[in-house]
Design a protein. Structure first.
Ligand SMILES: Nc1ncnc2c1ncn2[C@@H]1O[C@H](COP(=O)(O)OP(=O)(O)OP(=O)(O)O)[C@@H](O)[C@H]1O
Ligand SMILES: [Mg+2]
Length: 463
């Protein structure tokens, strides 16, 4: 991209020479013979950098700088002066100048300063972009009263720094809610650290949480900080807390009570300064009844209880979310945003979405990839709710050739679902039969959007 530079100087010779040098370097050049003319030009043009002379008869450079900053605070201005003194440079910088160049000008120096200023601007732009993209990803969408209530509760809970316990079915947005709480707290610029108690093998969870000292166990060749320590000053998100074992619960309780902890294998006591947000998709009161969750820990964690409603309880959000994901995945795939016809939206609204927003999101991603055309109608959409939603007969060797990634995902989905059903959704046994770690299986179940229709005796995702 050609960057535009505005040169402001009352000496025609300088304007001429500098213009020549900058155009040779590929810049687009604008010139103004004084401060007033520069301000006029800035009404119409937005140069990347203004090169501003300090000593000018009509309007002095420092005054011009102030006025530029008033109309355009983000404008990069580099000042130049022959009668330069340190004080002028300092004043210019205080008024917001990016840099200061002394006359007689060296073209190398001018080009270097311009290149730096422009790189810095590009980084700042990129940063703003990335931040906007992150904010978008963390936005809790939906217009239903239920989701509005949740957003209101988050707005209150966030700044309070109290512990929050989030409950809700699979895929409803518990983690999203936890991140939103962190974002709306005074700790937003500090780390948000997550630990998924269901995905980490029992034998590792304590060293993951509390860290370990060198020599604490075989393989502990170096000391390592745990996530509780990494979250210091920020937030620790204890995900799937219902899956934490009783011995670890006892340790966690002590940490919450004493606000201190020790790394595994070490006597040194560390102060804990992490805000705790926990989440569970199991009913913790049921777990307490069954003797699998400590009541005292529950009360410690449950200072502010939040429930993320299932999609079934806020059906009006289904088309809103569907359209959002159509737009987002269309953008990611570089294709036009597909339109959702009324009959397709109606079919989605009447479906039950046992896997909630995650299932909807995965489903829409498949639609974007697999449904040709610009409009999604009830007859062109993929079947809802069955493994076949990935596409009928996509694992069969007949029919159109599909991308390998899709075929593999379909095969994995079906194979894992069958294994889970065979082992009545017992994760440990299924993982063993498949020859993978429990954590890996958990991840696959999420990634592939696998969910079953558990009957009474088939408790999903319970070991
Ligand atoms: N209201 C919402 N608006 C936009 N995106 C959402 C919303 N709710 C959930 N999502 C998206 O759906 C996906 C699942 O959300 P998330 O991981 O927060 O759910 P969860 O309740 O933690 O799921 P699980 O119980 O499986 O851990 C994420 O990609 C998240 O960004
Ligand atoms: Mg989660």
């Amino acid at each position: 991209m050609t960057e535009t530079i505005l040169i402001v100087d009352d000496e025609p010779a300088i304007l001429n020479t500098l213009s020549g040098v900058l155009s040779d370097e590929g810049y687009q050049v604008l010139t103004a013979g004084g401060g007033g003319a520069a301000l006029d030009l800035l009404q119409r043009e937005s140069p990347a950098v203004v090169l501003l002379d300090i000593w000018m008869p009509d309007l002095d450079g420092l005054e011009t700088l102030q006025r530029i900053k008033r109309i355009r605070p983000q404008q990069t201005v580099v000042v130049m002066s022959g009668h330069g003194s340190i004080e002028t440079a300092v004043r210019a910088t205080k008024l917001g100048a990016y840099d200061y160049i002394e006359k007689p000008l060296s073209s190398d120096k001018v080009l270097l300063v311009l290149a730096h200023a422009i790189t810095e601007q590009q980084l700042a732009d990129e940063n703003r972009h990335l931040r906007a993209a992150i904010d978008e990803r963390f936005e809790i969408l939906g217009t239903s009263p239920a989701i509005q209530r949740l957003r209101d509760q988050i707005a209150v809970a966030g700044p309070s720094l109290s512990r929050v316990l989030i409950s809700g079915e699979n895929g409803t947005g518990k983690e999203l809610a936890a991140r939103a709480i962190h974002q709306q707290s005074p700790r937003r610029n500090r780390p948000f650290i997550e630990i998924n108690c269901a995905a980490i093998p029992e034998s590792l969870i304590e060293s993951e949480l509390f860290g370990y000292e060198k020599g604490a166990f075989t393989g502990a060749v170096e000391q390592k900080k745990g996530r509780l320590e990494l979250a210091n000053g920020g937030t620790l998100f204890l995900d799937e807390i219902g899956d934490m074992s009783l011995p670890t619960q006892a340790k966690m309780l002590r940490v919450l009570e004493e606000r201190e902890f020790q790394r595994v294998g070490g006597p040194k006591t560390h102060r804990m300064d992490a805000r705790i947000i926990a989440a569970s998709n199991k009913s913790l009161s049921d777990e307490i009844q069954r003797g699998r969750f400590r009541e005292d820990l529950f009360y410690r964690l449950n200072v502010i209880p939040l429930t993320v409603p299932s999609l079934r309880e806020r059906k009006e959000d289904i088309p809103v979310l569907a359209r959002h994901f159509l737009e987002r995945f269309g953008r990611e795939q570089g294709t036009a945003t597909k339109r959702l016809a009324e009959d397709a939206a109606a079919a989605m609204i009447s479906y039950g979405w046992p896997g909630n927003v995650r299932e909807l999101k995965n489903y829409i991603e498949r639609l974007v990839i697999m449904v040709p055309g610009d409009v999604i109608t009830s007859s062109s959409m993929l079947p809802l709710g069955s493994p076949a939603a990935i596409g009928p007969a996509s694992t069969s060797l007949d029919g159109p050739v599909r991308p390998l990634k899709q075929a593999r995902a379909q095969f994995e989905h079906d194979h894992i679902l069958r294994a889970l059903e065979t082992h009545r959704w017992n994760i440990s046994r299924t993982a063993e039969a498949l020859g993978v770690e429990r954590s890996h299986l958990h991840r696959k179940i999420k990634e592939l959007g696998i969910h079953g229709k558990p009957t009474e005796e088939q408790l999903p995702l319970v070991d």
